[in-house]
Design a protein around this ligand. Structure first.
Ligand code: FCB
Length: 434
């Protein structure tokens, strides 16, 4: 690493992130079925048909994994609770075993001097709620509020920070318009409803958590830089539409009580009735804003129906995901986030790369390059307060299964043995406390 902790302001938080379905092993501990289980069981959706039934078996290896977090000198551990582990039917009865697991997780972090950063939804929707329309159904706001109430009641006194939903764009657009994630829909009406309901659920969850006296509440959005494929007006227009849907829709809803015009052009006819009235709930005051950032997209026009853009192959070096490495984009989005939320501290809540191998010099260079953007932003006075790596462990990379390795720690998916990579060792040194 080309930095140390001392190159950052006092109190800057370095963290590492995971999510429930990607590491725990959903097949154990009384967790209910989720839409990811059935999505993965449908041929053609996930590489090799893999699912999260075993994943990293974190459910049984939590202590070892928390030792790795603490041993890497990280200040914060960002994790998620699984709705279906806590409420197997999505509503009603609570699986005490599941809640106890997260209770031990939070205490285990605190005992090790690591701050627990909770996310309440990282994509595994309980199947009975998916059957009832999932994110397309406005009732999600009530169901989610009930689940958040249960988690807040048990963990709210000890978590350091909390965010309701990981990456609204993926929950809504990637999953209901592009069809790449569960529930695998390609339907503009479903997508528009999900785009709005995901924000409504966010707002309701913030209200519930505040009512429990919880503080340090935020939102975690993902961003990809929109690079027009050429200088034509059509390419610029296509990139603007992409940028509105991907990057500006959720910021607009959260901080401006409005959706960008370039997104409404196609979505307005499909939004649920009375959507404008929900901004009072959606725009709950927040304590921080989280950015997940990995890459950019090169965008060209299709000449076809709205949204009328297509992803093109880009010229920059790529990660194992095929994602172009474009650190400048992180600087761009820190500025955009600050424009929307000038009073809030910003956290990079995910950043990292998929790369094979244990001597992962490429990952080290990727992290260095992105942290250089963070330092440049800090030098210009932007209130960046933390940076979290994705991810602690190689894990279930959703539709791409177990082949894409984002971990600082290698996982052998036959034996489930953990082995720190070079990046982990280097970070541990860089983050040594004086
Ligand atoms: C993000 C997700 C995370 C992981 C990384 C690579 O979009 O939040 O679960 O899949 O991408």
């Amino acid at each position: 690493m080309n930095f140390t902790r001392q190159d950052f302001p006092e109190g800057f938080q370095f963290g590492v992130a995971t999510s429930a379905y990607q590491i725990e092993g959903h097949g154990v501990g009384g967790a209910g079925q989720t839409h990811w289980d059935s999505f993965a069981a449908t041929p053609g959706n996930v590489a090799k048909g893999e699912n999260g039934a075993t994943a990293c078996d974190h459910y049984h290896r939590m202590d070892e994994d928390l030792d790795l977090v603490a041993g890497g000198n990280f200040d914060v551990y960002r994790f998620s609770t699984s709705w279906a582990r806590i409420m197997p039917e999505g509503r009603g009865p609570v699986n005490q075993q599941g809640l106890d697991f997260y209770d031990r997780l939070v205490d285990g972090l605190l005992e090790r001097g690591v701050k627990p950063a909770l996310t309440l939804y990282h994509w595994e929707l309980p199947s009975p709620l998916a059957d009832a329309g999932g994110w397309c159904n406005r009732a999600m706001a009530d169901w989610f509020a009930d689940y958040v109430d249960v988690v807040a009641g048990r963990l709210g006194d000890r978590v350091w920070s909390a965010a309701p939903i990981n990456e609204p764009w993926c929950v809504a657009w990637l999953s209901h318009f592009e069809g790449h994630h569960a529930p695998g829909l390609r339907d503009i009406r479903a997508a528009a409803r999900a785009m709005h309901h995901v924000l409504l659920c966010h707002g309701r969850a913030i209200e519930v958590m505040r009512s429990h006296g919880m503080g340090n509440l935020g939102a975690v959005c993902n961003f990809e830089y929109a690079q027009p494929v050429d200088d034509s007006p059509a390419a610029h227009r296509a990139a603007r539409t992409f940028d509105a849907i991907y990057n500006r829709f959720f910021l607009g809803g959260l901080f401006r009580g409005a959706y960008p015009q370039a997104a409404l052009e196609g979505l307005a006819p499909h939004l649920p009735d009375g959507w404008e009235r929900d901004f009072a709930t959606i725009g709950q005051p927040l304590d921080w804003l989280g950015l997940n950032y990995y890459t950019r997209k090169v965008i060209g026009p299709t000449g076809g129906a709205w949204p009328g853009y297509a992803y093109q192959d880009g010229p920059l070096p790529k990660t194992d995901m095929g994602w172009e490495i474009y650190p400048d984009g992180l600087g761009h989005f820190l500025r955009l986030a600050h424009e929307h939320a000038p009073d809030l501290p910003l956290y990079v809540t995910e950043n990292g790369m998929a790369a094979p191998g244990i001597r992962d010099e490429d990952r080290i260079a990727y992290v260095d390059a992105h942290l250089a953007q963070v330092r440049a932003a800090l030098a210009k006075g932007l209130p960046v307060a933390g940076y979290y790596l994705w991810s602690l462990l190689d894990n279930y990379e959703w539709a791409l299964g177990y082949d894409k390795r984002f971990g600082l720690v290698h996982v052998d998916f036959e034996t489930l043995d953990r082995r720190p990579k070079l990046s982990y060792e280097r970070l541990k040194l860089a983050l040594t406390r004086p």
